[in-house]
Design a protein around this ligand. Sequence first.
Ligand SMILES: NC(=O)c1ccc[n+]([C@@H]2O[C@H](COP(=O)([O-])OP(=O)(O)OC[C@H]3O[C@@H](n4cnc5c(N)ncnc54)[C@H](O)[C@@H]3O)[C@@H](O)[C@H]2O)c1
Length: 325
Amino acid sequence: MPASDHDMNWTGTTVLVTGGAGFIGSHLVEELVRAGARVTVLDDFTSGSRENLAAVADSITLRDTDIRQLDWAGYLTGNPAEVIFHLAANAYVPPSVEAPAFDYELNFATTFRLLEALRVLRWPGRMVFASSAAVYGNSVRIPISETDPTVPISPYGVGKLAAERYLAVFAELYGLNLASVRFFSAFGPRQRKQVVFDLLAKIDRDHRNLFIHGDGTQVRDFLYVGDAARSVMIVADNAPLRGEAYNVGAGREYTIDQLAKSLCEITGTSPAFEYSGTNRPGDPEKLVVDISRLESIGYRPLTDFDRGLANTVAWYASLTGATWQ
Ligand SMILES: NC(=O)c1ccc[n+]([C@@H]2O[C@H](COP(=O)([O-])OP(=O)(O)OC[C@H]3O[C@@H](n4cnc5c(N)ncnc54)[C@H](O)[C@@H]3O)[C@@H](O)[C@H]2O)c1
């Protein structure tokens, strides 16, 4: 087993990335191309875009495909892949609450049909499935480890957990090489929602006042998207792939106040912070991740917090023309 991801060699490996035009997927595709893989992306551009893959457009095959409609066995027979990264999904909790049937069909039923095709084909390859920290629900233990209880509290979390369990059973019963990664909140260029983007947009709109939910002391793990992308390659390369799951986080703790201060420093702004005082419902005070299982197979975050934020600010400025003056 390689000691670190620097030893990974993907030259000539055929890789299929579903959802590869999305936020995490597009960074993963860039990493794969850099490592020499031959990459095909299936995406219907619901939330992803061709623009996200502009830097590697000439090096990959990009298919506009709604994976809910795909005959997986037929597709994989005609387009063999040695490794599949299955990221295409409804990636957020609120749409699953508003339209649970939609989330069930895309996140769970489609993943099941993919697994069923792998079973029928006796597929010898390796697959990593993008699951989520949402499988834990309101976890009571900190830091959260993979052996903690999984009690999801949203249709999104239930769908991800059910898919994970099918992966585990299919790996065990049919000898398929499968694993799940439980991403905690990632941030970085190309993400147009969540706390880092939201704070940046607020600073952009108003340099004098910055409204923060809660009291600023909430603790979070901030996973840089480039590290999220590398983590799944490390899992595909180094993990036993017996249906197990891996937490993916940065393994570092920062408060929302620290995040806001760093963003102000990088943008050269100094707004007065205003706090709502109370956390939003469902927002835990502390969300800390145990990533030792992932570390045991060679992962370590490469991008530190401030570098990740600086990259994100630079991307935001190129997107919006913000000058922070
Ligand atoms: N971003 C995070 O912090 C985070 C946290 C936990 C889990 N995840 C999981 O990681 C994966 C990637 O998330 P992301 O943040 O990059 O989200 P994203 O929305 O940017 O990416 C999802 C991609 O799937 C594509 N897609 C959606 N429906 C499709 C369909 N029917 N057919 C083909 N493609 C379709 C979208 O166009 C998009 O490119 C998802 O499975 C998500 O649930 C992400």
